[in-house]
Design a binder for this molecule. Structure first.
Ligand code: PEP
Ligand code: MG
Length: 604
């Protein structure tokens, strides 16, 4: 591998999302610059050989395998036995180098077909690959990656590759590569590597296991990442949630540095808080749930002790792959989530696209959302699905079919009027009738909720509450629409104030309207995981908060250090403030007094 030149032509991400989703292979948050490593084409030409050169070719191949083994043994000896996971992976690779399927078969091929070692090795690898592809168990099937890593090592030696580009890394960087073998990962100079991101790999890959045991934050499985960024670019790597932010904004960097700080402060406590119940000192329970965007995050949901998924942003299922999912693909994915978390609830939000999300991918026929002049106020979210009803119906059918496998809650985004919601329910009920007519099983009592994120929905919350089982407040949009701040516009980002009393009053009004009708009111915007805002939100009477999974332990800790009377007083107090800075300056003195462990002078 070699560092890619800084001026390499590249495909830049042209529009949202600037956040890419992979698997959180190893936890940790990094804000830093990247070094993109490009793998050299190692496989030199494939050619036939005269009979008299065959013995020498076999010897060249055997020398390469012997050297590969020596290198692995040397690497193994550099690590202490306590890295047992990583060491046993190296052991398995050493055994693979001696494996008949690879070595003997390659030697046979060199002799029988009179071909060079690279060609023969590639053929053997192809045969092994076919055998693995037939294996039903996905975990064992994915082990082909290890065979490939071993073969790549031999290819590299055959090509005369010398030196170790990883050893030359001078600055502290996030390394980006198409693939890393477990051994590459072990050779990373840990004092200079902040983390790594790869295109290949899944949660169960050995590279992920080694990264975790070495404590290197990593995200793997992000297609095209080596083309989407260049050496020197800044990124945020979120190994907890498997996300990478390209060219992050100042606000995102600030926010993630704060997340990182919180993790460092509380990491020792995490395991402890995960098992405790989410309640105040005086026993008031608040449900703490997780926001996820891919089924790959289910592990994190369980690991951080969420009481279910409060928001599954289903749109990522549609656009993170090359193939647009059909009803069965969606059904399989929803069933998997519901069954995995059963009996905990999984709240699946219907497609919420347009505005700033996936506009490029939504062009069809004369529909050009990329040309909308005011996309946040345009054909986005529920308006889009009401316009593209085939998509909407397909998704509702998949959800309802999956509903018998766990506890499903369906969430409709961006509802702005009762009439609009009535149209949604008309379609929903028609889908139910169709399924019943087809004899398909589904849960007829599945809970239905709406996102309250448009000011008109807040004002009409008492009316809307009559037709739903729950409200989920989307503050990311509620702030944008109530304060008239485009949530993606850097020029006005400093005015985007979650603690603006107007926002707090809207939250309170929604909570009161919901409670008056006896329904639960939750909140799933970013604010729910912001430790400064959390006591305020609790004080406003929310029944549940849904956030990125890794924020859950900290929020639970705050909740457990609160008492309801104090929270109510706080809620009442902030509603009297006249603007955002006043709320913040009040909290500056209130939080350290009330939560000395979290906000006191020594909390860092
Ligand atoms: C919100 O608007 O607060 C929300 C949770 O949804 P999204 O960020 O996906 O619009
Ligand atoms: Mg929203």
């Amino acid at each position: 591998m070699t560092p890619a030149p800084k001026n390499k032509p590249r495909k830049k991400v042209s529009s949202e999302p600037r956040v890419l989703h992979g698997s959180g292979a190893s936890p940790g948050i990094v804000v830093g610059r990247v070094l993109v490593l490009q793998r050299k084409t190692r496989r030199s030409g494939w050619y036939n050989l005269p009979a008299k050169e065959l013995d020498a070719e076999v010897a060249r191949f055997r020398n390469a395998t012997a050297r590969a083994e020596t290198e692995l043994v040397a690497l193994r000896s550099r690590f202490a036995e306590d890295l047992s996971d990583a060491l046993s992976i190296i052991d398995s690779h050493i055994l693979m180098i001696r494996d008949r399927m690879i070595v003997d078969r390659t030697v046979d091929l060199i002799k029988a077909r009179k071909i060079n070692a690279e060609w023969a090795l590639a053929e053997s690898l192809g045969t092994v690959k076919k055998k693995f592809e037939k294996i039903a168990d996905p975990y064992i099937r994915s082990r082909y990656a290890d065979v490939k890593h071993v073969a790549d090592r031999i290819f590299g030696i055959l090509a005369g590759q010398e030196g170790d580009p990883l050893a030359d890394i001078a600055d502290k960087v996030v390394v980006i590569a198409r693939d890393f073998s477990p051994e590459d990962t072990m050779r990373l100079p840990s004092d200079r590597i902040l983390g790594f991101v790869t295109e290949a790999g899944g949660d169960t890959s050995h590279t992920a296991i080694v990264a975790r045991s070495m404590g290197i934050p990593a995200v793997i499985g992000i297609r095209e990442i080596t083309r989407l960024c260049s050496t020197g670019d800044e990124i945020i790597l979120d190994g907890f949630n498997g996300r990478v932010f390209l060219d992050p904004t100042q606000d995102q960097k600030k926010q993630y540095r704060e997340y990182k700080r919180q993790h460092q402060v509380f990491s020792d406590d995490i395991a402890f808080y995960i098992q405790l119940s989410p309640e105040t000192i005086d026993g008031h329970r608040v449900r703490l749930m997780a926001n996820i965007e891919t089924a790959g995050e289910l592990d994190a949901v369980m690991k951080y002790g969420a009481e279910g998924v409060g928001l599954f942003r289903s749109e990522f299922d549609y656009f993170q792959r090359n193939v647009r999912p059909d009803e069965n693909m969606l059904f399989t994915s929803y069933r998997h989530m519901l069954a995995t978390l059963d009996p905990l609830p999984v709240t699946i939000r219907t497609l919420d696209v347009g505005g700033d999300k996936f506009v490029d991918q939504l062009r069809s026929g004369s529909l050009r959302l990329d040309l909308e002049r005011n996309p946040a106020l345009g054909l986005r979210s529920i308006r889009y699905t009401l316009h593209e009803q085939v998509l909407f119906i397909m998704q509702l059918r998949a959800m309802l079919r999956a509903s018998v496998h766990g506890r499903l809650r369906i969430l409709f985004p961006m509802i702005s009027s009762q009439g609009e919601f009535a149209r949604v329910m008309e379609i929903f009920n028609r889908v139910k009738d169709d399924l019943a007519g087809e004899g398909v099983d589904f849960d007829n009592g599945v809970e239905v909720g709406i996102m309250v994120e448009v000011p008109s929905a807040v004002i009409m919350a008492d009316v809307l509450a009559g037709g739903v089982d729950f409200f989920s407040i989307g503050t990311n949009d509620m702030i944008q629409y109530s304060l008239a701040i485009d949530r993606g516009n850097e020029y006005v980002a400093h005015m985007y104030e979650p603690l603006h009393p107007a926002v707090l009053r809207m939250i309170k009004q929604t909570v009161d309207a919901g409670h008056a009708r006896g329904i639960e009111v939750g909140l799933c915007g970013e604010m729910a995981g912001d430790v400064i805002a959390v006591p305020v939100l609790l004080g406003l009477g929310l029944d549940d908060l849904s956030m990125r999974p890794s924020a859950l332990p900290f929020v639970k800790r705050l909740l457990r250090h609160s008492n309801s009377r104090q929270l109510n007083d706080l809620g009442g107090r902030v509603l009297q403030c006249s603007d955002g800075p006043e709320v913040r300056s009040f909290l500056d003195s209130y939080l350290p007094r009330t939560y000395p462990e979290e906000f006191g002078p020594h909390h860092e």
